[in-house]
Design a protein around this ligand. Structure first.
Ligand code: HEM
Length: 333
């Protein structure tokens, strides 16, 4: 009898959790939860997934581009879809920033998802949540881990070009600068190493790592932490001048598969970006983490999922802050 009462009490309390989350979110307390659209748009997650699936089937790299878009959004004013806004009036788009210009991509896929969702449940699903879901689905479609995505973000009413230029780590930043940029967003060294594992998929342009291949005077290697024969392969398509936009796999071993070979590459001095390689050359804690993830894929996947949820929780707009955009590229007028 006592047991069944206890069970009833626990069950009733559990049933109230989504309502409690709803109330907290409405109050604007920043609380996100996976069931946010269960009543208002039950097909939301399925629609995002099917359009991401189609886009990735058409072009494998799109998975990487969508994953990166969420990162570049979250590091600027929080995960609020500010990166998606086009320039208009006094608003200057983050698409013009150094990390995004000629580099950030996937905007058309987000547009397609948004327009499909507007047809099924108008004015309900935020562009910021679409990006968080698309990042998760992209990871899964390329063989990575899955996780439940907390939802309920709203979209920003503005953008920050300076935030985009200053907060997003650059490939030639020092280890300390990159770690500081992560810490400013509430992420730690474990998140930094795990999330850098995103470079298990996708591409980088020659301009993003050229300085590692040449010094001022000749062809000799200024970066001794780069494997010599790998460097000479890279030089073939990333000359001293020209070819700036030529593309290279971030993970030469398994370029379209989300796995821990990125970490194995780092241990054999074959990280493409300086920001990748310094994870093993500049800090003992990050070196140990790289070794751990290189040795046991499962540990990488587990931490990656946790860190993605943490990144996705950076300063969301909830309650009545921000808005649900009709078109992801512009604020509602
Ligand atoms: C730790 C600091 C990081 C730095 C310095 C960095 C830098 C870069 C650079 C320079 C590129 C190539 C851009 C280009 O040449 O066009 C790139 C690509 C990429 N980054 Fe990062 N990144 C960092 C962390 C992250 C994180 C945390 C994520 C995701 C959670 C991420 C996901 C990606 C992906 C998936 C690509 C490939 C994109 C594509 O092929 O379209 N990166 N990153």
């Amino acid at each position: 009898m006592v047991k069944s009462i206890n069970f009833f009490v626990v069950w009733s309390l559990l049933a109230l959790v989504p309502d409690l989350c709803f109330s907290l979110n409405t109050l604007g307390t920043g609380y996100l939860y996976p069931q946010f659209y269960d009543r208002s748009c039950p097909r939301a997650q399925q629609i995002v997934k099917s359009i991401v699936a189609k886009a990735v089937a058409k072009e494998a790299r799109m998975a990487a581009s969508l994953l990166r878009l969420h990162f570049h959004d979250c590091f600027v004013k929080g995960c609020d879809a500010s990166i998606l806004l086009d320039s208009a009036g006094s608003l200057v788009s983050e698409k013009r920033s150094n990390p995004n210009r000629n580099s950030a991509r996937g905007f058309e896929v987000i547009d397609e998802i948004k327009s499909a969702l507007e047809k099924v449940c108008p004015h309900t699903v935020s562009c910021a949540d679409i990006m968080a879901l698309a990042a998760r689905d992209s990871t899964v479609f390329t063989g990575g881990p899955s996780w439940e995505v907390p939802l309920g973000r709203r979209d920003s009413l503005g953008a920050s070009l300076s935030g985009s230029n200053n907060n997003i780590p650059a490939p030639n930043n020092t280890f300390q600068t990159i770690l500081t940029k992560f810490k400013l967003k509430g992420l730690d060294i474990v998140d930094l190493v795990a999330l850098s594992g995103s470079h298990s998929i996708g591409n980088a342009r020659c301009v993003s790592f050229r300085q590692r291949l040449y010094n001022q005077t000749g062809n000799s290697l200024p970066d001794p932490t780069l494997d010599q024969s790998y460097a000479s392969q890279l030089r073939a398509r990333c000359p001293k001048s020209g070819g700036d936009q030529n593309l290279f796999f971030l993970d030469f071993a398994t370029p379209t598969k989300f796995d821990n070979s990125y970490f194995k590459n780092l241990l054999s001095s074959k990280g493409l970006l300086s920001s990748d390689q310094i994870l093993v050359t500049k800090n003992q804690v990050s070196l140990e983490l790289v070794k751990k993830y290189a040795a046991i894929n499962e540990l990488f996947f587990e931490q990656f999922a946790k860190s993605m949820v943490k990144m996705g929780n950076i300063s969301p707009l909830t309650g009545s802050r921000g808005e649900i955009r009709k078109h992801c590229r512009k604020i509602n007028s």
